[in-house]
Design a binder for this molecule. Structure first.
Ligand code: NDP
Length: 241
């Protein structure tokens, strides 16, 4: 039986690598995105993976989007909550808009998306929910009170949901990437990256999106059923928990 995997933010960066790796591992994959149509189109043409546009910070949009994916591909067995944004700024200057955007996209989306699929997973007695958190949710980060709060929230969400569903064949895990070479990190000024970030990474390089994707495929497997509620740290040794 071919399992269906849905990757939010699955058309660019880490999500695109996850979508491709799941497809290569034999899954029927759907990749969602927010608004970058040209990147999504390019991704679709290159990979043959169908793409779906909706905003994961909207519960109703998620309900509609998941319904469409399930009608076209079948019930979702593997949900990868990967979509995320940053809106950085020192907290004493942070606007309510910056706070809400980051909390709703990086944390609210876990409710909005997972709520759509969890009942089906429970009925079918199989499911994999994999949440892409961040090193900055584990250790905090200057200028990212909003992002660190959301990503730490993702870890709490993971643990509680894992407890509620452990008997039902459903696992829920979080991955905390360190600095991965995507557009999100390429937006950091080069001198900040070279002088302030790389010296903190024992592996002395950025991670690659494929290195996160590899862990997702591992956690998604039918034979990973005893791993639940865990937080997998993939950060080149930058922060050890
Ligand atoms: P990118 O900015 O490269 O890609 C983000 C993806 O998420 C895009 O496909 C984007 O869609 C989608 N997205 C953003 N907002 C929404 C939304 N509201 N609704 C639906 N889709 C949305 O990000 P990365 O690949 O760098 O990051 C992926 C995840 O990994 C994020 O959760 C991030 O926080 C986390 N992470 C990243 C790290 C890094 O070093 N890069 C480190 C630690 C964690 P569109 O293309 O339409 O904009």
């Amino acid at each position: 039986m071919t399992r269906v995997a849905l990757v939010t933010g699955g058309t660019r960066g880490i999500g695109a690598a996850i979508s491709k790796a799941l497809k290569a591992a034999g899954y029927k994959v759907a990749a969602s995105y927010a608004g970058n149509d040209s990147a999504a189109e390019k991704f679709k043409n290159e990979t043959g993976i169908p793409v779906y546009k909706w905003d994961v910070s909207s519960f109703d949009a998620c309900a509609e989007g998941v319904k469409k994916v399930e009608a076209e591909l079948g019930p979702v067995d593997v949900l990868v909550n990967n979509a995320g944004i940053t809106r950085d700024g020192a907290f004493h200057k942070m606007t309510l808009e910056q706070w809400n955007a980051v909390i709703n996209t990086n944390l609210g989306s876990l409710f909005n998306m997972t709520r759509q699929v969890i009942e089906g997973m429970r009925n079918r007695k199989f499911g994999r929910v994999i949440n892409i958190s961040s090193i900055n949710g584990q250790k905090g980060q200057f200028g990212q009170v909003n992002y660190s709060a959301a990503k730490a929230g993702d870890i709490g969400f993971t643990k509680a949901l894992a407890l509620e569903n452990a008997r039902g064949g459903i696992t829920v895990n979080a991955i905390c990437p360190g600095y991965i070479n995507t557009e999100m990190v390429q937006a950091v000024p080069k001198d900040v990256l070279e002088k302030a970030i790389l010296p903190l990474i024992p592996c002395n390089r950025l991670g690659e999106a494929e290195e996160i994707a590899r862990a997702v495929v591992f956690l998604a497997g039918d034979d990973a059923g005893y791993i639940t509620g865990s937080t997998l740290t993939i950060n080149g040794g930058q922060y050890m928990v």
